[in-house]
Design a protein around this ligand. Structure first.
Ligand code: GNR
Ligand code: NI
Length: 167
């Protein structure tokens, strides 16, 4: 297993639209394991493949307190959205930033599991937020895109400065 480097906003590679996984094979399963290791080490409650510079439609999550309920979704598609909820979001690609974002309160998701078998999930609360946040990454969308341009520019400048000082 291996911990991958996580790209930081405003890296343009976070903006690509990721390609569907065509076959869930051992290589994809190895990537899933690496993504879990990277997510747990970060630590985070979710990670999308584009964040580790792999432009594939693949996400991993674990919102459990004990960090022992891993969930991997290949080619996830949100098929139903309902209601609304606003909560503070963070992102491993925007370290130290947290802002309120409104999302659907309940969703239904169709995906494949790590064996390529169909997996249908209903989610609400934090899990629904996290799945929406991660599937956005697959389309090059970041939570700051839901903020005002002024807020987003302030955040970009803060992260660019932090990045310069780290070099
Ligand atoms: O670790 C994470 N925490 C989080 C908190 C609130 C809403 C969404 C998230 S996802 C984030 C990890 C991440 O960046 N996933 O893409
Ligand atoms: Ni994120």
């Amino acid at each position: 297993m291996a911990i991958h480097h996580i790209l930081h906003y405003p890296d343009p590679r976070l903006r690509f639209k990721a390609a569907p996984v065509t076959r869930v094979d051992d290589e994809i399963r190895m990537l899933i394991d690496d993504m879990f290791e990277t997510m747990y080490a970060a630590p985070g409650i979710g990670l999308a493949a584009p964040q580790v510079n792999i432009s594939k439609r693949l996400i991993v999550l674990d919102i459990s307190e004990k960090r022992n309920e891993p969930l991997a979704l290949v080619n996830p598609q949100i098929v139903v959205l309902g209601g609304a909820q606003k909560s503070d979001e963070g992102c491993l690609s925007l370290p130290g930033i947290s802002e309120g974002v409104e999302r659907a309160a309940r969703i239904k998701v169709s995906a494949l599991d790590r064996h390529g078998e169909p997996l249908d999930i209903e989610a609400e609360g934090l899990l629904a937020v996290c799945i929406q946040h991660e599937t956005d990454h697959l389309d090059g969308i970041l939570f700051v895109d839901y903020l005002t341009e002024m807020k987003r520019n302030r955040i970009r400048k803060r992260l660019e400065k932090a990045h310069r000082q780290a070099m």
